[in-house]
Design a binder for this molecule. Structure first.
Ligand SMILES: *Cc1c(COP(=O)(O)O)cnc(C)c1O
Length: 458
């Protein structure tokens, strides 16, 4: 068998991307105040800002779009998707929303009270924000291995069961439910083992608490279990996914990830405990229960996408793509969070720019350099995103300086990845020329999206 793992699809419709000159990119980055969030997408060659809602739909999904039933109530498209989700999750109650954070908001509003505590391996930022908005404490209890970027471990997304048990014993009355995020996006797209899911569910159930899973990347997680966890190598991924869901009492999903669509989300529940409050909240915040926040055509595309996202040749290619870029970075002496996750590679900017002061934001600097050198857009996960300017003008900094390259599904081919690997290797050689920045204008919250920067050496 040849060793090259090919993209398991051929291309039926193409979208041109534009090669720009270095001089043009310098001008465009300057016009964007040295903040790649403010670039026009047209001016980006390879856009790895996020894997959320950015992937390519299949010809089957585009065909299904034409089958969309746009009836306000009781649309055929709702019942079709409901059946797919019931079969997949084994849970009877399906509630559609317009994206993942809406599912969180509707469920948490129904199930949480001010003063509650919700443990998770790691809360995604919208999950945390939705809980904190309701006065609920969002607690991250990922295992210690999950916080060490260079350490190789097959399941760095696992939750720390001992800490969860201690929390249940001391603060049980304040816990409405426990959560698990699969894969652990905030922690580098790292998977959670079936043994950990099972043990976490048993522990919660022993204390009378339900398990709610954040299942944005459930298919990637199931494939990691197949490849890494003893006893699963010969099980179909679909069965592994069903086994994962069998331990949960409910789930929230952003369909923009493993749903293989550009917009959509849902809640699924095993019993009726929060159902009435969820449906009432849904009608107020999203829409009537048979469409939630989605058009009939989007429900159809998702019904097909959930099946396609579980195809094993697709998932093998998907996980291998990230691993392949990791191997190329390794060869170039560029560090990254190990092992590579399902949807992204997180470059450790410190291994390219070891001497740049953190006050010049090395990961942000590397992000800008990626754009200038190769027209590639990633996202800084470092001290611009997680640091803070205090009232006295001093700053707090983040523990890590990472650049995340997140891969839209079925969108880029191996030559795009080879190109990116070359660009990154070249940057490593020319690191002395990479310029740091200072922030000249910033909002109080979430400053990375909109801040204006200048070169420090200008
Ligand atoms: C993307 C994401 C969400 C939020 O979903 P949106 O569709 O972006 O609102 C929640 N949790 C995780 C783990 C995610 O990756």
């Amino acid at each position: 068998m040849p060793k090259t793992l090919i993209e398991p699809f051929r291309i039926k419709s193409v979208e041109p991307i534009h090669v720009t000159t270095r001089a043009e990119r310098e001008q465009m980055l300057q016009a964007a105040s040295l903040n790649v969030f403010k670039l026009r997408a047209e001016d980006v060659l390879i856009d790895w800002l996020t894997d959320s809602g950015t992937g390519a739909m299949s010809s089957r999904q585009w065909g299904a779009i034409m089958e969309g039933d746009e009836s306000y109530a009781g649309a055929r498209s709702f019942y079709r998707l409901e059946k797919v989700i019931q079969d997949l999750t084994g849970m009877p109650h399906f509630i559609p929303t317009h994206q993942g954070r809406a599912a969180e908001k509707v469920l948490f509003t129904a199930a949480c009270r001010q003063g509650d505590v919700v443990p998770n391996n790691c809360h995604f930022d919208t999950t945390r924000a939705n809980l904190e908005y309701l006065g609920v404490q969002a607690l991250d209890l990922v295992v210690a291995e999950g916080l060490q970027p260079q350490l190789v471990h097959p399941f760095k997304g696992n939750i720390d069961l001992a800490r969860l048990e201690a929390l249940l014993q001391h603060d049980g009355a304040r816990i409405p439910f426990g959560m698990l995020t699969v894969t652990n996006n905030t922690g580098g797209g790292q998977p959670v083992a079936m043994a950990n899911i099972r043990a976490c569910a048993e522990l919660l159930h022993r204390h009378g608490k339900p398990l709610i899973m954040d299942i944005c990347r459930f298919a990637e997680n199931a494939m990691f279990i197949k490849m890494r966890e003893p006893g699963y190598a010969d099980k179909p991924v679909r069965e592994i996914a069903r086994e994962m869901f069998s331990h949960a009492d409910g789930a929230t999903m952003s369909a923009k990830k493993d749903g293989m669509v550009n917009i959509g989300g849902f809640i699924v529940l095993r019993d009726a405990r929060w159902l009435e409050a969820v449906r009432n909240g849904l009608i107020m915040m999203e829409g009537f229960p048979t469409y939630g926040g989605m058009a009939g055509r989007d429900l159809e595309a998702l019904a097909v996408g959930l099946e396609e996202g579980l195809q094993e040749d697709y998932l093998r290619y998907r996980l291998r793509t990230a691993e392949y870029l990791g191997e190329r970075l390794d060869a170039a002496g560029v560090g990254f969070v190990r092992p590579t996750g399902g949807h992204a590679v997180y470059i450790d900017a410190r291994t390219v720019l070891p001497d740049m002061p953190v006050a010049h934001y090395p990961a942000w600097a590397l992000c800008n350099a990626l754009y200038l050198e190769g027209g590639i857009r990633g996202v800084e996960i470092g001290s611009v995103m997680f640091g803070k300017r205090l009232d006295d003008g001093t700053e707090t900094y983040h523990a890590m300086e990472l650049v995340r390259l997140a891969f839209p599904r079925r969108m880029y081919t191996q030559s795009h990845f080879d190109f990116a690997a070359e660009v990154i290797a070249e940057l490593k050689d020319k690191a002395a020329d990479i310029r740091g920045v200072r922030i000249v204008k910033q909002p109080k919250y979430l400053r990375h999206f909109t801040c204006d920067c200048e070169w420090v050496d200008a």
